[in-house]
Write a protein that binds this ligand. Structure first.
Ligand SMILES: Nc1ncnc2c1ncn2[C@@H]1O[C@H](COP(=O)(O)OP(=O)(O)OP(=O)(O)O)[C@@H](O)[C@H]1O
Ligand SMILES: [Mg+2]
Length: 489
């Protein structure tokens, strides 16, 4: 072993600073000596003072280096063992450093993230609200102070979306220019989800309070209203009977009759959901969809394709048939209104199992079996602001709309312990999904209500009519008389 080799061993194994004293200033000796990282190189002959100073300097430098290394190790340990995501990225969004926690958290291997752009790797190219994060990344690099603390949606390698609360700090060069950003992040997904659930249930609470209010209002008013309508319809009927077939006023009276009929149907709907306690039987939604298909076909115009997709083994539900029919009608009419120039309207039935937490497919619903009835149209669609209000009573964007169609749908579904969701985007159509709890019982006892209408005519028989409302009493009396009965009011 020569002197250079010996110096190398001393440096590597013992970490003792080496100073060469040599008579050879040639390159052949200098090069290998350099590789052993000496702290000095003294050429013979030398002065004692020179040796002394070189050794002092070597010891000082060595101590400083050691301290620096220790500090570096401490920081490295801190960063690597931190229970937070620590990243550095340059002004183009390229990742230049990440700690182990970041790799594990985002699901990447040791150096997989280095050199990748933040966007598309750890932030989705579009977040759930539809925003492109490129803008945000640019803003952070321009004005990091403003984004020193902020939360955003991030992306794991397996595609899972997570929420991270970040603290960002700029690293500047000597001229003060920002060269990199250090970001420290913590997972706040659970808190975010809990907040979202809370918001949802608050929204649902508000909605059901509104429904309750309108239910009470409807219950109070609808009965009196029905009586008034009966008077209007009754007398209209009588006028029509008396008018000659050719009479020009007939068409006006017919209009009154039509408006009356619509008002009656509306009041009936209002009453139905204010009463709440309607007869519920075991129903097969497939059969109901089948039965109502022809009626809906007539309702929607010919240039709308009507598609029915049925799940063959559909679970039954327990519901009021009339109300379910009402739901289908209201949703079909809305879909038809949204497609004035034609399109496609799809009704679909499906079995759905709602799980807990991450397996929850029906927002806010308890785990269990549900039947899903969905209505999809390719119509005008709605923006988010509209979607937020559609279930509000009296909310309408139509000239002749009452804004009660969907409020009634909502009310009915709540009475059946069901859920409804609406997905829509302007120009992209709308999908309404109704989830009703599945009902398990072997025998289906579907009851069918058959209304038999017969023409009745009296022959002077006396009838005792008891009715406290004068208007209703009078019109009833007249109608009975007109139909050949006698009367004692
Ligand atoms: N399928 C749909 N496509 C687009 N917009 C819809 C759809 N369904 C409902 N809407 C919007 O929701 C609003 C409320 O609907 P809702 O059925 O409650 O009342 P309406 O249809 O306006 O009135 P009415 O039901 O008395 O005719 C509508 O005015 C419309 O703006
Ligand atoms: Mg409607």
């Amino acid at each position: 072993m020569d002197g250079v080799q010996a110096a190398g061993e001393i440096h590597d194994r013992l970490d003792i600073p080496v100073v060469y004293i040599t008579a050879y200033p040639d390159n052949k000796t200098l090069q290998p000596a350099k590789a052993t990282e000496p702290y000095g190189y003294i050429l013979k002959p030398f002065e004692e003072r020179e040796l002394h100073i070189t050794i002092e300097m070597a010891l000082y430098k060595h101590t400083m280096e050691k301290r620096l290394k220790e500090n570096e190790a401490k920081y490295r340990e801190l960063v690597e063992n931190a229970n937070s995501i620590i990243l550095r990225w340059d002004t183009n969004g390229k990742i230049t450093f990440c700690n182990e926690f970041a790799n594990t958290f985002f699901g990447y291997g040791a150096d997989d993230l280095l050199g990748k752009n933040v966007v598309g790797t750890i932030t989705p190219e579009r977040d759930s609200a539809g925003h492109d994060p490129t803008q945000m990344i640019r803003k952070i690099t321009l004005d990091p102070e403003q984004y020193s603390a902020h939360e955003n949606e991030n992306l794991r390698k397996n595609g899972e979306r997570v929420w991270v609360a970040w603290t960002n700090k700029a690293i500047r060069d000597k001229e003060g220019r920002i060269v990199e950003i250090v970001s420290v992040g913590n997972d706040v997904t659970a808190t975010k989800r809990a907040e979202e659930r809370l918001r949802q249930s608050e929204k649902q609470l508000r909605q059901s309070q509104k429904m309750e209010a309108i239910g009470r209002l409807a219950g109070g008013v609808a009965h009196d209203f029905n009586n008034l309508l009966m008077t209007i319809s009754g007398y209209t009927e009588l006028v029509l009977k008396r008018l000659d077939q050719q009479d020009p006023t007939r068409k006006y009276v017919k209009q009154i009759q039509k408006a009356g009929e619509r008002a009656v149907s509306l009041t009936r709907q209002l009453l139905a959901f204010s009463r709440g306690q309607l007869l519920k039987t075991e129903l097969d939604l497939n059969i109901m969809v089948n039965e109502i298909e022809t009626m809906l076909q007539r309702l929607i115009s010919e240039d709308i394709d009507f598609v029915v997709l049925i799940e063959p083994e559909l679970k039954h539900i327990k519901a009021n048939a009339g109300q379910i029919e009402q739901i289908m009608l209201n949703l079909a009419v809305n879909a038809a209104d949204a497609m004035p120039n034609g399109g496609r309207f799809t009704i679909k039935t499906q079995n759905v199992i709602n799980g807990e937490k991450d397996l929850m497919v029906i927002p806010g619903a308890p785990p269990g079996e549900f039947v899903c009835l969905s209505f999809e149209d390719t119509g005008s669609g709605m923006d988010k602001k509209t979607v937020d209000r559609i279930f509000d009573p009296f909310f309408t964007t139509k000239k002749k709309g009452t804004g009660l169609g969907l409020a009634i749908v909502y009310g009915i579904i709540k009475q059946h312990n069901g859920y409804i969701t609406a997905d829509s985007r302007p120009g992209k159509g709308s999908t309404f999904r109704i989830y009703l709890p599945a009902f398990s019982s072997k025998s289906a006892d579907r009851t069918k209500v058959v209304i038999v209408s017969q023409k009745l005519r009296g022959n002077g028989e006396q009838i005792l009519l008891v009715e406290d409302k004068k208007g209703v009493r009078e019109v009833s009396t007249t109608v009975l008389r007109e139909n050949g009965y006698g009367n004692k009011g």
